[in-house]
Design a protein around this ligand. Structure first.
Ligand code: ADP
Ligand code: MG
Length: 404
C-alpha cells in the first residue's frame, strides 16, 4: 500500500486518536436490557494496532460508530457494551465517556497517560459526524497528536471521524496514517483488483443483483469467470427465460441482467439445479429441482448438488478466487448447505496454493459460522467498503491518509 502506517511514525509519549470499527452486533435493542456484544470479531481485529501503539508508549483515544442510531442519543446504540468487551479482550482498563465531544471528553483526553485507553461515545450520536462537520473534525484532531484510521469497514464513508479528522490533523502538522488492519485489508483486496494471478474466478451470490451491478461489471472486466448463486442467480435465470416460481426475482433488474448476460454469457456460470421449498423456514419440506423445471409454487433457496459439482469443476486450477454473497438463505440451516460446501471447497483450494478472498458482511459471517475463517487467505471485516474496493473505487478514508 502506498500509504504510511503506524510503523512509519514515532508514537512514543504521543496521544493517538484511532478511528476503529467497533460496529459490532448487540444482544438486544431494548435500552433497559443488559446489552452485550454478541460477536467480537471486529474488536479483536483492531488489537494488533491498539497493542502496537500501547507497547510503543502511546495513549489512545478511540472512536467508532455503532449501528444506525435514529436520534442523537439513541441509547440502544451506546458504546458501553463495547467498552466492556474491549476491556475483556485487551486486558486493560478502558475509560468510557458517554459523549462524542464536550468539555469532559477534552479534559479526559488531556489527562491521558501513556498506556491509557479512552473510548468515546458512538460517533453517530453527534450530528456533525455524517455531515463531515469541520468543527467536529477539528475537535477530534485537537484531542491528539496523531490520527490513525484502522476502520476499514467505514473507509467508504467520508464522515468527520474518517475524513475530516485526518485532514484536521494534517492541518495542525500531525501525521494521519493507517493502522495494521486497514493496511492488511487494502493490501489483500487491491492485489485482486490490480494484479490478479490467473486463472481468476469470482463467485457472486446474496439476495440482489441491483446492489451489485457495478461490482459484477468490474469483475467481468477483471476475472476470467464469474460463478453466480444465491438469490441474484434467480434474476439471471429468469432473464434467460426460466420460470422461477415464487423465488426472489428482481423484476426491475431484468433488463440489467439481460445486458450483463449479453456482455459475457459464456463467462457467467449460473446454477443448473436449486434446493426449493414453499416456505423459508427450518423444517419446511425441501427438494432439489432443475432450473428449467421449477414448480410454480416453489422458491429457489439454495444451489443444488449438480451446481456445486459444476462450480467445483470451474474452480479447478484457479489461482485467485474472490467470493461475495452467500449461495442461499444460509441463516436457515436447511438452505446453508451450498454456502458451506463452497466454503469447504475454497478452504481446500487454499491448502493447494490458491488465494481465496472473501468480501461482504454476510459472506464473512457464513464463513465464520462454518469455522473456516482461518483457512482462507483473507476474510474482509468490511462489508460495503470491501465491495466498493472490489468495484475499483478509491475509498475516501484511504485517499485522505499520508502517502509514503
Ligand atoms: P454480503 O453481505 O456478503 O454482501 P448480501 O447481503 O448481498 O451478502 O446477501 C446476503 C443475503 O442474501 C442473506 O440474508 C441471504 O439469506 C440472502 N439470500 C441468499 N440466497 C437467497 C435466495 N435464494 N433467496 C432469498 N434470499 C437469499
Ligand atoms: Mg449483507
Amino acid at each position: 500500500m502506498n500509504k504510511q502506517t503506524i510503523s512509519d511514525i514515532d508514537v512514543s509519549g504521543k496521544k493517538v486518536f484511532v478511528r476503529v470499527d467497533f460496529n459490532t452486533p448487540l444482544s438486544s435493542k431494548d435500552p433497559q436490557a443488559d446489552i452485550t456484544v454478541t460477536d467480537d470479531t471486529r474488536i479483536r481485529a483492531a488489537l494488533p494496532t491498539l497493542n502496537y501503539l500501547l507497547d510503543h508508549g502511546a495513549a489512545l483515544i478511540l472512536a467508532s460508530h455503532l449501528g444506525r442510531p435514529k436520534t442523537a442519543d439513541d441509547v440502544q446504540f451506546a458504546m458501553k457494551p463495547v467498552a466492556r468487551k474491549l476491556e475483556e479482550v485487551i486486558g486493560r482498563p478502558v475509560q468510557y465517556i458517554p459523549a462524542v465531544m464536550n468539555d469532559k471528553v477534552k479534559q479526559a483526553a488531556a489527562d491521558l497517560r501513556p498506556g491509557d485507553i479512552l473510548l468515546l461515545e458512538n460517533t453517530r450520536f453527534h450530528p456533525g459526524e455524517k455531515k463531515n462537520d469541520p468543527q467536529l473534525a477539528a475537535d477530534f484532531a485537537a484531542l491528539a497528536d496523531v490520527y490513525v484510521d484502522d476502520a476499514f469497514g467505514s473507509a467508504h464513508r467520508p464522515d468527520a471521524s474518517v475524513d475530516g479528522a485526518a485532514r484536521a490533523m494534517r492541518a495542525k502538522g500531525g501525521p494521519a496514517v493507517a493502522g495494521f488492519l486497514m493496511n492488511a485489508e487494502i493490501s489483500a483486496l487491491s492485489a485482486a483488483v490490480e494484479n490478479p494471478p490467473r486463472p481468476y474466478v469470482a463467485i457472486m451470490g446474496g439476495a440482489k443483483i441491483s446492489d451489485k451491478i457495478k461490482l459484477i461489471e468490474n469483475l467481468l472486466d477483471k476475472a476470467d469467470k464469474i460463478l453466480i448463486g444465491g438469490g441474484m442467480a434467480n434474476t439471471f435465470l429468469k432473464a434467460q427465460g426460466h420460470n422461477m416460481g415464487r423465488s426472489l426475482v428482481e423484476e426491475d433488474a431484468l433488463p440489467e441482467a439481460k445486458r450483463l448476460l449479453g456482455l459475457a454469457a459464456d463467462r457467467l456460470i449460473l446454477p443448473v439445479d436449486v434446493v426449493t421449498a414453499t416456505e423459508v423456514s427450518a423444517g419446511a419440506p425441501s427438494e432439489v429441482e432443475m432450473v428449467w423445471a421449477l414448480s410454480p409454487d416453489k422458491m429457489a433457496l439454495d444451489i443444488g448438488p449438480a451446481t456445486l459439482e459444476r462450480f467445483n469443476a470451474e474452480l479447478q486450477g484457479a489461482q485467485l478466487v474472490v467470493w461475495n454473497g452467500p449461495m442461499g438463505v444460509f441463516e436457515v440451516e436447511q438452505f446453508a448447505h451450498g454456502t458451506n460446501q463452497l466454503a469447504q471447497m475454497l478452504a481446500e483450494m487454499v491448502d493447494h496454493g490458491a488465494q481465496v478472498i472473501i468480501g461482504g458482511g454476510d459472506s464473512a459471517a457464513a464463513v465464520r459460522a462454518a469455522g473456516l475463517t482461518d483457512k482462507m487467505t483473507h476474510v474482509s471485516t468490511g462489508g460495503g467498503a470491501s465491495l466498493e474496493l472490489l468495484e475499483g473505487k478509491e475509498l475516501p478514508g484511504v485517499a485522505v491518509l499520508d502517502g509514503k
